[in-house]
Design a protein around this ligand. Sequence first.
Ligand SMILES: C[S@@+](CC[C@H](N)C(=O)[O-])C[C@H]1O[C@@H](n2cnc3c(N)ncnc32)[C@H](O)[C@@H]1O
Ligand code: SF4
Ligand code: SF4
Length: 390
Amino acid sequence: MSSKIIRNYLPELLAQGFLRSKPSMVTVNLTNKCNQYCIYCEIGNGIELSGGKLLTTDDLHWIIDQMAINKIRKISLCGGEPFLFKDLIEIVAYAGTRRVWCSITTNGMTAHQLSESDLTTLKECKSEINISIDSFQESIQSHTRGTPAALPNALKSIQKLSEKEIPVTLLTAVSKFNYHNLYNFFTVAYEMGVQQVLFQPIIYHSNYPERPAIDNKSQLNVSIDELDKLMSELKKILRFERSHLISTNVYRLLPWIHYYLMNIASQNGNWFFHDVLKKFYCRDLYAIIDISYYGGIQPCGLANANITIHENRHLGLLKLWSEATSGIRNDLRNDRYHVYCNSCCHHFSRNMLASIMKYPLQNRDLLIKMAYLLGLRIYSKIWKRLFKRN
Ligand SMILES: C[S@@+](CC[C@H](N)C(=O)[O-])C[C@H]1O[C@@H](n2cnc3c(N)ncnc32)[C@H](O)[C@@H]1O
Ligand code: SF4
Ligand code: SF4
Protein backbone atom coordinates (compact mmCIF):
# COMPACT_ATOMS: atom_id res chain seq x y z
CA MET A 1 0.00 0.00 0.00
CA SER A 2 2.73 2.45 0.97
CA SER A 3 4.45 1.87 -2.38
CA LYS A 4 1.14 2.44 -4.17
CA ILE A 5 0.61 5.68 -2.28
CA ILE A 6 4.13 6.79 -3.27
CA ARG A 7 3.69 5.70 -6.90
CA ASN A 8 0.10 6.85 -7.53
CA TYR A 9 -1.47 9.16 -4.98
CA LEU A 10 1.49 11.40 -4.03
CA PRO A 11 2.48 12.29 -7.61
CA GLU A 12 -1.19 12.92 -8.32
CA LEU A 13 -1.52 15.24 -5.34
CA LEU A 14 1.65 17.08 -6.39
CA ALA A 15 0.43 17.28 -9.98
CA GLN A 16 -2.86 18.86 -8.86
CA GLY A 17 -1.17 21.23 -6.41
CA PHE A 18 1.74 22.46 -8.52
CA LEU A 19 0.32 22.04 -12.02
CA ARG A 20 1.15 18.94 -13.96
CA SER A 21 4.27 19.44 -16.06
CA LYS A 22 3.91 16.36 -18.26
CA PRO A 23 1.54 13.45 -18.85
CA SER A 24 1.97 10.42 -16.63
CA MET A 25 1.45 7.78 -19.32
CA VAL A 26 0.81 6.98 -22.96
CA THR A 27 -1.89 4.57 -24.14
CA VAL A 28 -1.53 3.05 -27.59
CA ASN A 29 -4.04 0.92 -29.46
CA LEU A 30 -1.50 -1.20 -31.30
CA THR A 31 -3.85 -2.84 -33.78
CA ASN A 32 -7.47 -2.97 -34.91
CA LYS A 33 -7.29 -6.74 -35.39
CA CYS A 34 -8.93 -9.07 -32.92
CA ASN A 35 -9.75 -12.73 -32.32
CA GLN A 36 -12.81 -12.28 -30.11
CA TYR A 37 -16.29 -10.90 -30.83
CA CYS A 38 -17.24 -9.09 -27.64
CA ILE A 39 -20.84 -7.90 -27.59
CA TYR A 40 -19.91 -4.46 -26.16
CA CYS A 41 -17.02 -3.68 -28.52
CA GLU A 42 -17.19 -2.12 -31.99
CA ILE A 43 -14.19 -4.15 -33.17
CA GLY A 44 -15.78 -7.39 -31.99
CA ASN A 45 -18.97 -6.41 -33.79
CA GLY A 46 -17.08 -5.85 -37.04
CA ILE A 47 -18.15 -2.18 -37.23
CA GLU A 48 -15.65 -0.34 -39.41
CA LEU A 49 -16.06 2.72 -41.59
CA SER A 50 -12.82 4.51 -42.26
CA GLY A 51 -9.38 3.15 -42.96
CA GLY A 52 -5.94 4.62 -42.52
CA LYS A 53 -2.27 3.87 -42.16
CA LEU A 54 -1.84 1.50 -39.24
CA LEU A 55 0.95 1.90 -36.69
CA THR A 56 4.25 0.23 -37.50
CA THR A 57 7.08 -0.97 -35.30
CA ASP A 58 9.06 2.15 -36.30
CA ASP A 59 6.17 4.32 -35.11
CA LEU A 60 6.27 2.54 -31.76
CA HIS A 61 10.02 3.11 -31.49
CA TRP A 62 9.45 6.82 -32.13
CA ILE A 63 6.70 7.00 -29.48
CA ILE A 64 8.91 5.23 -26.93
CA ASP A 65 11.90 7.44 -27.76
CA GLN A 66 9.73 10.50 -27.23
CA MET A 67 8.56 9.10 -23.92
CA ALA A 68 12.14 8.46 -22.82
CA ILE A 69 13.20 12.00 -23.77
CA ASN A 70 10.33 13.39 -21.71
CA LYS A 71 10.77 10.88 -18.86
CA ILE A 72 7.29 9.38 -19.23
CA ARG A 73 7.78 5.94 -17.80
CA LYS A 74 4.55 4.03 -18.47
CA ILE A 75 2.96 2.85 -21.71
CA SER A 76 -0.30 0.93 -21.89
CA LEU A 77 -0.59 -1.34 -24.92
CA CYS A 78 -4.13 -2.09 -25.99
CA GLY A 79 -6.06 -2.68 -29.19
CA GLY A 80 -7.75 -4.61 -30.75
CA GLU A 81 -5.81 -7.53 -29.43
CA PRO A 82 -2.20 -6.41 -28.74
CA PHE A 83 -0.79 -9.94 -29.05
CA LEU A 84 -1.80 -9.81 -32.74
CA PHE A 85 0.74 -7.00 -33.27
CA LYS A 86 3.59 -9.09 -34.55
CA ASP A 87 6.44 -7.22 -32.87
CA LEU A 88 4.79 -6.84 -29.48
CA ILE A 89 7.56 -8.56 -27.52
CA GLU A 90 10.24 -6.67 -29.42
CA ILE A 91 8.43 -3.43 -28.48
CA VAL A 92 8.37 -4.45 -24.81
CA ALA A 93 12.11 -5.19 -24.96
CA TYR A 94 12.84 -1.90 -26.71
CA ALA A 95 10.78 0.02 -24.16
CA GLY A 96 12.73 -1.71 -21.39
CA THR A 97 16.03 -0.44 -22.81
CA ARG A 98 14.60 3.12 -22.67
CA ARG A 99 13.30 2.64 -19.08
CA VAL A 100 9.66 2.64 -20.18
CA TRP A 101 7.46 -0.02 -18.55
CA CYS A 102 4.59 -1.71 -20.39
CA SER A 103 1.19 -2.74 -19.25
CA ILE A 104 -0.55 -4.96 -21.80
CA THR A 105 -4.32 -5.47 -21.90
CA THR A 106 -5.25 -8.71 -23.62
CA ASN A 107 -8.13 -11.12 -24.02
CA GLY A 108 -5.72 -13.96 -23.21
CA MET A 109 -6.49 -15.91 -26.40
CA THR A 110 -2.83 -16.48 -27.32
CA ALA A 111 -0.67 -15.34 -24.40
CA HIS A 112 -0.38 -18.97 -23.24
CA GLN A 113 1.49 -19.75 -26.46
CA LEU A 114 4.35 -17.38 -25.64
CA SER A 115 7.80 -18.91 -25.77
CA GLU A 116 10.05 -19.15 -22.73
CA SER A 117 12.20 -16.31 -24.06
CA ASP A 118 9.13 -14.08 -24.68
CA LEU A 119 7.98 -14.70 -21.10
CA THR A 120 11.47 -13.89 -19.84
CA THR A 121 11.39 -10.59 -21.75
CA LEU A 122 8.01 -9.70 -20.25
CA LYS A 123 9.29 -10.49 -16.78
CA GLU A 124 12.65 -8.77 -17.09
CA CYS A 125 10.98 -5.65 -18.49
CA LYS A 126 8.62 -5.59 -15.47
CA SER A 127 5.54 -5.81 -17.70
CA GLU A 128 2.10 -5.96 -16.17
CA ILE A 129 -0.56 -8.00 -17.93
CA ASN A 130 -4.30 -7.35 -17.74
CA ILE A 131 -6.51 -10.22 -18.90
CA SER A 132 -10.13 -9.47 -19.71
CA ILE A 133 -12.56 -12.03 -18.29
CA ASP A 134 -16.21 -11.35 -17.52
CA SER A 135 -17.06 -14.65 -15.87
CA PHE A 136 -15.70 -18.08 -15.00
CA GLN A 137 -19.07 -19.47 -16.05
CA GLU A 138 -18.49 -20.75 -19.55
CA SER A 139 -21.95 -19.75 -20.81
CA ILE A 140 -21.61 -16.12 -19.65
CA GLN A 141 -18.02 -15.69 -20.83
CA SER A 142 -18.77 -17.22 -24.25
CA HIS A 143 -21.76 -14.93 -24.64
CA THR A 144 -20.10 -11.63 -23.69
CA ARG A 145 -16.79 -12.40 -25.41
CA GLY A 146 -18.44 -13.95 -28.46
CA THR A 147 -16.53 -17.24 -28.55
CA PRO A 148 -16.43 -20.48 -26.53
CA ALA A 149 -12.62 -20.40 -26.80
CA ALA A 150 -12.48 -17.27 -24.61
CA LEU A 151 -12.52 -18.90 -21.18
CA PRO A 152 -10.19 -21.89 -21.72
CA ASN A 153 -7.59 -19.71 -23.42
CA ALA A 154 -7.75 -17.00 -20.77
CA LEU A 155 -7.37 -19.61 -18.02
CA LYS A 156 -4.33 -21.14 -19.74
CA SER A 157 -2.82 -17.66 -20.11
CA ILE A 158 -3.33 -16.80 -16.44
CA GLN A 159 -1.66 -20.05 -15.47
CA LYS A 160 1.29 -19.61 -17.81
CA LEU A 161 1.97 -16.03 -16.71
CA SER A 162 1.52 -16.86 -13.03
CA GLU A 163 4.01 -19.73 -13.30
CA LYS A 164 6.52 -17.17 -14.51
CA GLU A 165 5.50 -14.77 -11.71
CA ILE A 166 4.38 -12.10 -14.14
CA PRO A 167 1.69 -10.05 -12.36
CA VAL A 168 -1.79 -10.59 -13.79
CA THR A 169 -4.78 -8.35 -13.19
CA LEU A 170 -8.27 -9.38 -14.32
CA LEU A 171 -10.44 -6.79 -16.05
CA THR A 172 -14.16 -7.42 -15.89
CA ALA A 173 -16.80 -5.53 -17.85
CA VAL A 174 -19.92 -5.44 -15.66
CA SER A 175 -23.00 -5.98 -17.80
CA LYS A 176 -26.54 -7.26 -17.43
CA PHE A 177 -25.15 -10.71 -18.20
CA ASN A 178 -22.71 -11.11 -15.30
CA TYR A 179 -23.68 -8.61 -12.56
CA HIS A 180 -25.43 -11.27 -10.44
CA ASN A 181 -22.36 -13.48 -10.39
CA LEU A 182 -19.54 -11.03 -9.55
CA TYR A 183 -18.88 -12.16 -5.99
CA ASN A 184 -18.64 -15.78 -7.02
CA PHE A 185 -16.34 -14.81 -9.90
CA PHE A 186 -14.16 -12.82 -7.52
CA THR A 187 -13.73 -15.62 -4.98
CA VAL A 188 -12.76 -18.04 -7.77
CA ALA A 189 -10.17 -15.51 -8.98
CA TYR A 190 -8.83 -15.36 -5.43
CA GLU A 191 -8.59 -19.18 -5.24
CA MET A 192 -6.58 -19.09 -8.48
CA GLY A 193 -4.03 -16.73 -6.93
CA VAL A 194 -5.05 -13.62 -8.88
CA GLN A 195 -3.95 -10.54 -6.94
CA GLN A 196 -6.11 -7.86 -8.50
CA VAL A 197 -9.50 -7.61 -10.20
CA LEU A 198 -10.78 -4.36 -11.73
CA PHE A 199 -14.46 -3.95 -12.58
CA GLN A 200 -16.04 -1.42 -14.90
CA PRO A 201 -19.50 -0.84 -16.30
CA ILE A 202 -20.17 -0.68 -20.02
CA ILE A 203 -19.06 2.40 -21.95
CA TYR A 204 -22.05 3.06 -24.20
CA HIS A 205 -20.55 5.42 -26.75
CA SER A 206 -18.17 3.98 -29.29
CA ASN A 207 -14.87 2.74 -27.82
CA TYR A 208 -13.28 3.75 -31.12
CA PRO A 209 -14.58 7.18 -32.09
CA GLU A 210 -14.02 6.74 -35.83
CA ARG A 211 -16.55 3.88 -35.73
CA PRO A 212 -20.27 4.29 -35.00
CA ALA A 213 -21.40 2.79 -31.69
CA ILE A 214 -23.14 -0.59 -31.47
CA ASP A 215 -26.94 -0.18 -31.61
CA ASN A 216 -28.62 0.12 -28.19
CA LYS A 217 -25.26 -0.32 -26.50
CA SER A 218 -26.35 1.37 -23.26
CA GLN A 219 -28.87 -1.42 -22.72
CA LEU A 220 -26.03 -3.88 -22.16
CA ASN A 221 -25.57 -2.19 -18.78
CA VAL A 222 -27.23 -3.39 -15.60
CA SER A 223 -30.78 -2.02 -15.45
CA ILE A 224 -31.87 0.02 -12.42
CA ASP A 225 -34.31 -2.76 -11.46
CA GLU A 226 -31.22 -4.87 -10.74
CA LEU A 227 -29.22 -2.12 -9.04
CA ASP A 228 -29.74 -3.44 -5.51
CA LYS A 229 -28.43 -6.85 -6.50
CA LEU A 230 -25.38 -5.32 -8.17
CA MET A 231 -24.61 -3.10 -5.16
CA SER A 232 -24.97 -6.07 -2.85
CA GLU A 233 -22.49 -8.09 -4.96
CA LEU A 234 -20.00 -5.20 -4.89
CA LYS A 235 -20.33 -4.74 -1.12
CA LYS A 236 -19.74 -8.46 -0.56
CA ILE A 237 -16.61 -8.21 -2.71
CA LEU A 238 -15.37 -5.25 -0.67
CA ARG A 239 -15.89 -7.14 2.59
CA PHE A 240 -14.05 -10.18 1.22
CA GLU A 241 -11.22 -8.00 -0.07
CA ARG A 242 -10.70 -6.44 3.36
CA SER A 243 -9.62 -9.74 4.86
CA HIS A 244 -7.98 -11.53 1.90
CA LEU A 245 -4.83 -10.99 -0.15
CA ILE A 246 -6.51 -9.64 -3.27
CA SER A 247 -7.42 -6.11 -4.26
CA THR A 248 -10.05 -4.44 -6.41
CA ASN A 249 -11.26 -1.00 -7.46
CA VAL A 250 -14.64 -1.52 -5.76
CA TYR A 251 -14.03 1.11 -3.06
CA ARG A 252 -13.62 3.66 -5.86
CA LEU A 253 -16.66 2.41 -7.81
CA LEU A 254 -19.15 2.46 -4.95
CA PRO A 255 -19.48 6.27 -4.75
CA TRP A 256 -20.54 6.62 -8.38
CA ILE A 257 -21.59 3.46 -10.24
CA HIS A 258 -25.28 3.74 -9.28
CA TYR A 259 -25.37 7.36 -10.53
CA TYR A 260 -23.89 6.21 -13.83
CA LEU A 261 -26.50 3.49 -14.28
CA MET A 262 -29.39 5.69 -13.11
CA ASN A 263 -28.36 8.37 -15.58
CA ILE A 264 -28.51 5.84 -18.42
CA ALA A 265 -31.96 4.73 -17.34
CA SER A 266 -33.37 8.25 -16.95
CA GLN A 267 -31.92 9.75 -20.15
CA ASN A 268 -32.69 13.14 -18.56
CA GLY A 269 -29.87 14.93 -20.34
CA ASN A 270 -27.96 15.67 -17.12
CA TRP A 271 -24.27 14.92 -16.75
CA PHE A 272 -23.94 11.90 -14.46
CA PHE A 273 -20.72 13.23 -12.90
CA HIS A 274 -22.62 16.26 -11.57
CA ASP A 275 -24.68 13.84 -9.45
CA VAL A 276 -21.40 12.57 -7.98
CA LEU A 277 -19.39 15.79 -7.70
CA LYS A 278 -20.19 19.48 -7.37
CA LYS A 279 -17.19 20.37 -9.55
CA PHE A 280 -15.75 17.99 -12.11
CA TYR A 281 -12.19 18.00 -13.41
CA CYS A 282 -11.12 15.79 -16.31
CA ARG A 283 -7.64 14.61 -15.38
CA ASP A 284 -7.35 12.42 -18.48
CA LEU A 285 -6.91 15.43 -20.76
CA TYR A 286 -3.75 16.42 -18.87
CA ALA A 287 -2.40 13.06 -17.77
CA ILE A 288 -2.77 10.57 -20.63
CA ILE A 289 -1.66 10.65 -24.26
CA ASP A 290 -4.06 8.42 -26.24
CA ILE A 291 -2.81 7.16 -29.59
CA SER A 292 -5.09 5.24 -31.98
CA TYR A 293 -4.08 2.31 -34.21
CA TYR A 294 -4.01 4.81 -37.08
CA GLY A 295 -1.48 6.95 -35.22
CA GLY A 296 -4.09 9.61 -34.38
CA ILE A 297 -3.46 11.56 -31.16
CA GLN A 298 -6.89 11.43 -29.57
CA PRO A 299 -7.79 14.28 -27.20
CA CYS A 300 -9.02 11.43 -24.97
CA GLY A 301 -9.96 7.79 -25.47
CA LEU A 302 -13.50 8.60 -26.61
CA ALA A 303 -12.71 11.60 -28.82
CA ASN A 304 -11.73 11.58 -32.48
CA ALA A 305 -8.17 12.48 -33.48
CA ASN A 306 -7.47 15.36 -35.85
CA ILE A 307 -3.69 15.26 -35.47
CA THR A 308 -1.51 12.22 -36.12
CA ILE A 309 2.02 11.17 -35.30
CA HIS A 310 2.61 10.69 -39.03
CA GLU A 311 2.76 14.42 -39.79
CA ASN A 312 4.92 17.12 -38.20
CA ARG A 313 6.89 14.61 -36.18
CA HIS A 314 9.67 17.15 -35.82
CA LEU A 315 7.45 19.01 -33.32
CA GLY A 316 7.76 16.12 -30.89
CA LEU A 317 5.03 14.07 -29.20
CA LEU A 318 4.33 16.50 -26.36
CA LYS A 319 3.81 19.48 -28.64
CA LEU A 320 1.55 17.46 -30.96
CA TRP A 321 -0.44 16.22 -27.96
CA SER A 322 -0.79 19.71 -26.58
CA GLU A 323 -2.25 20.85 -29.92
CA ALA A 324 -4.49 17.79 -30.10
CA THR A 325 -5.99 18.45 -26.67
CA SER A 326 -6.18 22.26 -26.60
CA GLY A 327 -9.72 22.55 -28.02
CA ILE A 328 -11.33 20.01 -25.74
CA ARG A 329 -9.46 21.32 -22.68
CA ASN A 330 -10.88 24.73 -23.41
CA ASP A 331 -14.37 23.28 -23.85
CA LEU A 332 -14.29 21.52 -20.49
CA ARG A 333 -12.81 24.55 -18.73
CA ASN A 334 -15.95 26.37 -19.84
CA ASP A 335 -18.26 23.49 -18.82
CA ARG A 336 -18.90 22.57 -22.44
CA TYR A 337 -18.97 18.80 -22.20
CA HIS A 338 -19.24 16.44 -25.11
CA VAL A 339 -21.99 13.88 -25.50
CA TYR A 340 -19.54 10.99 -24.95
CA CYS A 341 -18.46 12.46 -21.56
CA ASN A 342 -21.61 10.92 -20.08
CA SER A 343 -20.37 7.46 -20.99
CA CYS A 344 -16.82 8.03 -19.76
CA CYS A 345 -16.79 5.44 -16.98
CA HIS A 346 -13.52 3.63 -17.70
CA HIS A 347 -11.42 6.41 -16.18
CA PHE A 348 -14.06 7.99 -14.01
CA SER A 349 -12.62 6.85 -10.68
CA ARG A 350 -9.34 8.60 -11.44
CA ASN A 351 -11.14 11.71 -12.66
CA MET A 352 -13.27 11.65 -9.50
CA LEU A 353 -10.22 11.47 -7.20
CA ALA A 354 -8.49 14.20 -9.19
CA SER A 355 -11.62 16.38 -8.94
CA ILE A 356 -11.58 15.97 -5.15
CA MET A 357 -7.87 16.86 -4.97
CA LYS A 358 -8.27 19.87 -7.24
CA TYR A 359 -11.50 21.23 -5.75
CA PRO A 360 -11.62 19.88 -2.18
CA LEU A 361 -13.94 22.58 -0.85
CA GLN A 362 -16.54 22.33 -3.58
CA ASN A 363 -16.40 18.53 -3.40
CA ARG A 364 -16.14 18.28 0.38
CA ASP A 365 -19.06 15.82 0.81
CA LEU A 366 -17.39 13.33 -1.47
CA LEU A 367 -14.00 14.12 0.05
CA ILE A 368 -15.32 13.00 3.45
CA LYS A 369 -16.85 9.83 1.99
CA MET A 370 -13.65 8.97 0.10
CA ALA A 371 -11.46 9.73 3.12
CA TYR A 372 -13.54 7.22 5.09
CA LEU A 373 -13.33 4.55 2.35
CA LEU A 374 -9.61 5.17 1.82
CA GLY A 375 -8.99 5.04 5.58
CA LEU A 376 -10.70 1.64 5.79
CA ARG A 377 -8.67 0.49 2.82
CA ILE A 378 -5.35 1.53 4.35
CA TYR A 379 -6.36 -0.10 7.66
CA SER A 380 -7.26 -3.38 5.91
CA LYS A 381 -4.03 -3.31 3.86
CA ILE A 382 -1.96 -2.92 7.03
CA TRP A 383 -3.98 -5.65 8.75
CA LYS A 384 -3.45 -8.00 5.77
CA ARG A 385 0.28 -7.24 5.67
CA LEU A 386 0.61 -8.08 9.35
CA PHE A 387 -1.61 -11.11 9.63
CA LYS A 388 -2.16 -12.55 6.18
CA ARG A 389 1.34 -12.72 4.75
CA ASN A 390 1.99 -16.04 3.01
C1 LIG B 1 -10.99 -2.66 -25.90
S1 LIG B 1 -10.19 -3.97 -25.06
C2 LIG B 1 -8.64 -4.09 -25.91
C3 LIG B 1 -7.70 -5.12 -25.35
C4 LIG B 1 -8.06 -6.58 -25.51
N1 LIG B 1 -8.57 -6.88 -26.79
C5 LIG B 1 -8.99 -7.02 -24.42
O1 LIG B 1 -10.17 -7.27 -24.70
O2 LIG B 1 -8.54 -7.10 -23.28
C6 LIG B 1 -9.71 -3.23 -23.51
C7 LIG B 1 -10.69 -3.47 -22.37
O3 LIG B 1 -11.90 -2.78 -22.64
C8 LIG B 1 -13.00 -3.60 -22.27
N2 LIG B 1 -14.14 -3.14 -23.03
C9 LIG B 1 -14.34 -3.23 -24.34
N3 LIG B 1 -15.48 -2.62 -24.68
C10 LIG B 1 -16.01 -2.13 -23.54
C11 LIG B 1 -17.18 -1.37 -23.23
N4 LIG B 1 -18.04 -1.00 -24.15
N5 LIG B 1 -17.40 -1.04 -21.95
C12 LIG B 1 -16.52 -1.41 -20.98
N6 LIG B 1 -15.40 -2.09 -21.22
C13 LIG B 1 -15.16 -2.45 -22.49
C14 LIG B 1 -12.52 -4.99 -22.59
O4 LIG B 1 -13.25 -5.99 -21.91
C15 LIG B 1 -11.08 -4.92 -22.16
O5 LIG B 1 -10.98 -5.21 -20.78
S1 SF4 C 1 -12.95 -6.02 -26.21
FE1 SF4 C 1 -10.91 -6.64 -26.84
S2 SF4 C 1 -11.15 -8.83 -27.28
FE2 SF4 C 1 -13.17 -7.99 -27.23
S3 SF4 C 1 -13.61 -7.55 -29.38
FE3 SF4 C 1 -12.86 -5.67 -28.41
S4 SF4 C 1 -10.71 -5.64 -28.84
FE4 SF4 C 1 -11.43 -7.72 -29.18
S1 SF4 D 1 -14.91 11.71 -22.45
FE1 SF4 D 1 -15.04 13.77 -21.54
S2 SF4 D 1 -14.72 13.41 -19.37
FE2 SF4 D 1 -13.99 11.56 -20.44
S3 SF4 D 1 -11.83 11.87 -20.77
FE3 SF4 D 1 -12.88 12.62 -22.58
S4 SF4 D 1 -13.18 14.81 -22.22
FE4 SF4 D 1 -12.71 13.86 -20.25
